[in-house]
Write a protein that binds this ligand. Sequence first.
Ligand code: G3P
Ligand code: MG
Length: 247
Amino acid sequence: MLSTLPRLIGHRGAKESAPENTLASIREAARQGARWVELDVMLTRDRVPVLIHDDTLDRTTSGRGPVADLDFSDLRALDAGSWFGPGFAGERVPALEEALALILDLGLGLNLEIKPYPGQEVPTAEVAIATLKRLWPEARPLLLSSFEVPCLEVAQALAPEIPRGYLLWDPPADWAEIADRVAAATLNVDQERQTAETVAAYRGTGRPVLSYTVNSVERARELLGWGVSALFTDAPGRLADGLGPRL
Ligand code: G3P
Ligand code: MG
């Protein structure tokens, strides 16, 4: 599955051009030529897996307050596009299920980031994995990832065959042991903290390194030059144009 890892992954779809984690954003990433998208999944109060990044509704919807306080039917009444631009009015917070159908239809690969509401690490991973097992064909490219080690442990127990990416921002001292313990296939690291040396250390564990979130062509070149395998970007089309064809 990871043999198909692309150089660029559309971050939250194509976050620079469309409201993040919406169907419109997934379509826009495909339109820009992305081969994979990265999306964040969280549970509603009634445990429906939906695509949203923040713990609260405020920034990316017309609602207010914690995501975990709303049932799916209430969440569906919210507008998840107007905050970005009037052309996106009426976009909804997608259920994971409908997003998967669209991604498959568009022929994209997927990095699904398990982004639990605090305290919901285990059920979020359980429900996301059950949904993937039901709807995602085994042969299609898929990477699960999380900053939350309990999510990766659940994924390892329930779906060991799906590759897992260990997301790091401020890495704990024992990150390498954790990566071994959860049998992480990749290390997905913050781009701002990286140097040639840190990338070499991560690659030294034998894992591909992915880096988020890279929107500058110059920085993309630098990271790829250090051996980073794939970059999460809000602007997959612009970066692809700037980087040029893979030699
Ligand atoms: O998965 C890469 C990246 O999305 C991780 O950070 O906060 O954008 O979900 P965040
Ligand atoms: Mg994410």
